[in-house]
Design a binder for this molecule. Sequence first.
Ligand code: SAM
Length: 318
Amino acid sequence: MDQNKDIFGFNSKCSITLNEVIQFGNEKKKVARRRWAILAKALKSPTESQPSSPTDEFSVRRISSFMLLKTQELSTIPIIPAESQCIDQIKKRTWFKYSITVDEYDYFINVGHRNRTFSAEDLMGFNNTGNICIWPSEETLSYYVCSNLEKFNHKSVLELGGGMSCLAGLFAAKYGKPKRVTVTDGNKVSVDNVQVTLKCNEFETSVKCKVLKWNCYDAAEKFDVILCADCLFFDDARADLIECLWACLANDGIAYVMAPQRGNTLDNFLSQSEGKGFICKKIPNYNNIVWEKRLALLNHCDYNDNIHYPILIEVTKE
Ligand SMILES: C[S@@+](CC[C@H](N)C(=O)[O-])C[C@H]1O[C@@H](n2cnc3c(N)ncnc32)[C@H](O)[C@@H]1O
């Protein structure tokens, strides 16, 4: 990620007035303040250290959540695995049930939230955005997965940049009857959290979780479906992400990439991907329920469609 740029990725070349610049600056400050508030909250002691949830009133998610995920804190650990070596890690977490309702059917995953403060190494090491919360793109991608489970039937599935939950990949694993699923992130803290989360859910299929940095992957292993949420705003890593997608996607495979427009970042991904040889289909209205949620938010004073609304891109090779 270009550390000098915030998530707006404001590098548009269009002409704007001074007033618009001032207004934009104020908006940026407001967003920056909110983001610092989330980080500050995450840095506090255990009881307040859970990442923001969809119902968290002090969160950008209050504005940008599409309220598709219900969050329920669990009073007990959901599943105690037979092997005991990870019990300590399980107990160190607060457990939440994340559920999605599609056509009156409930889908859920138990997700662990780290109860400890972040170390300096956590904060200064690899990009930490995936440990702050589950972002709206992961939320809408999870909803899309649960609404289109047939797309995962007998498929090999990879999630890239899945953050602290890899939620979309786990919904696909639990309910999509896939052949196998691998969920990944470049951040080891995120991956550790998902590995513990895997112990507290039941899957009928093989689910692996590992560190995968977009410049370091096993090109011999191909996947039929790749999921990726909110990973397009890293200007420095976008080319690596596209190379990684190309290397890991089967020739007849498909990647579902979900991200907000966020300045030029989504369009940059599209043009760079097409330059690589991918065929990209940008789909703003990919689900009626998500679209209705968007329409309802459009008049909300804090809602900014450009940075908040996750758009789906279908990426294929042929
Ligand atoms: C904004 S977060 C999104 C996390 C999750 N998908 C979500 O939407 O909640 C971006 C994720 O990309 C991961 N990431 C950033 N650069 C990466 C890279 N070069 N290789 C692998 N993962 C990377 C970060 O660790 C982070 O988890």
